[in-house]
Design a protein around this ligand. Structure first.
Ligand SMILES: Cc1ncc(COP(=O)(O)O)c(C=O)c1O
Length: 395
């Protein structure tokens, strides 16, 4: 009988279980809403990236349905062959105006946008200067590019400057940071990094996945928030989080976008979005422009919830955004906290290695514009009971 060549995976899975690092998938039985049902239990949902509640916004749903009726369910091809539809072009035009850049190209996801772009603009003779907590898709893009990777400690602009200053002036360098760091909720050191990029002639790139729809005027992102327009060469945004749909995009110069259409592998080798996705994303831009009160509500809820967690005595790290981690340290304890919260009717996912460092396991919370104060208070009360029960906060 043939032995199982994948048998070692069972051993590795057992090891993950023993370390408290095995992820079970919670199953959502309905819409992605602030109060909804996961695994047959009604819970206050603190785990989505649906910052503005747009996954279920009536305008987005209506436009997606209209596009499906008119244009079908799929694009039928990659962008570079027969899969560029006029609705894709319209979305890119709308995003370019929104972001105030010459051009935009949309990818299948934010992951594809980051990985595809870094790999397309750099090659093996180049250098990336990268914040140590940058997203996995940036890291993968750097590896695919075969450029040398120099990592600076989180937000340490002085260290980034040292690295840039030690490289030959003629060397091509990409300086790259997340706009909002997804596990800690803090902001990249954009103004200082833009200064360094200008001093040493680096390409400046920002991944604004968690800032799109959240920071800046009408959700234009951290470039707008920090007022560094014109100083960031490559802006990545996502359509999958606050925008409520799916996709990623790169905003920048016409030459950058033209080159990504020639070289970026996800653009060339993976089918483009269904029309419904593009139509819903266009509708989301309309909502950002016409309903800015949604963003105000997101920030009101964020302030209320952060203050509640802090007054209970939890370690919530250094967040400056609606992402608030409750840092526990030990992975098994973070899972236990998440499980106890779930039993109390609150879904806040535990996050451990490799998503965060081994000793920084946490439960991550994200509030949305559509949570009610009552729902957030229910969540805070559950955190109080579970946190006391586990000795994370004083009884
Ligand atoms: C910082 C950051 N960049 C990029 C992405 C990828 O975005 P998407 O979900 O659209 O692929 C994520 C999503 O987890 C993220 O947190």
């Amino acid at each position: 009988m043939r032995s199982d060549p994948l048998g070692y995976l069972v051993t590795e899975l057992d090891a993950l279980k023993q370390q408290g690092l095995y992820r079970t998938l919670r199953v959502l039985e309905g819409e992605q809403k602030p109060k909804t049902t996961f695994d047959h239990r009604q819970v206050v949902n603190l785990s989505s990236n649906n910052y503005l509640g747009l996954t279920t916004h009536p305008l987005l749903k209506e436009r997606a349905l209209e596009a499906t009726r008119r244009l079908g369910v799929g694009s039928g091809s990659v962008r570079s062959i027969a899969g560029t539809m006029d609705i894709h072009m319209e979305l890119e035009r709308r995003l370019a105006v929104f972001k105030n850049t010459e051009a935009v190209v949309v990818f299948q996801s934010g992951f594809a946008a980051n990985a595809g772009t870094v790999a397309a603009v750099l090659s093996k003779d180049d250098v990336v200067i990268s914040d140590e907590l940058n997203h996995a898709s940036i890291i993968d893009g750097c590896r695919l590019s075969r450029a040398a990777i120099k990592v600076f400690p989180h937000k340490d602009a002085a260290a980034a400057r040292r690295i840039a200053s030690e490289l030959p002036a003629a060397q091509r360098k990409l300086l790259i940071t997340d706009g909002v760091f997804s596990m800690d909720g803090d902001l990249g050191a954009l103004p200082a990094l833009c200064d360094i990029a200008e001093e040493f002639g680096c390409i400046m790139m920002v991944d604004d996945a968690h800032a799109s729809g959240v920071f800046g005027r009408n959700g234009r992102g951290t470039i707008d928030h920090f007022g560094v327009h014109g100083r960031v060469d490559v802006q990545v945004g996502t359509l999958s989080k606050a925008i409520g749909v799916l996709g990623g995009y790169v905003a920048g110069s016409r030459a950058l976008i033209d080159m990504l259409c020639q070289r970026a592998r996800p653009f060339l080798f993976s089918t483009s979005h269904p029309p419904a996705v593009a139509a819903a994303a266009i509708a989301a831009i309309d909502v950002l422009l016409e309903e800015p009160a949604l963003i105000d509500r997101l920030w009101d809820n964020t302030r209320f919830f952060k203050a509640g967690l802090a007054s209970l005595g939890f370690n919530t790290g250094v967040s400056e955004s609606p992402i608030t981690p409750v840092i526990v340290g030990d992975a098994a304890k973070a899972s236990e906290l998440s499980d106890r919260l779930f039993a109390e009717g609150v879904f806040a996912q535990a996050i451990g290695y490799p998503t965060v460092a081994r000793d920084k396991a946490r439960v991550r919370t994200i509030v949305t514009a559509t949570h009610t104060r009552e729902e957030l208070q229910v969540a805070l009360d559950a955190f109080a009971r579970a946190g006391r029960g586990l000795g994370l906060i004083a009884a």
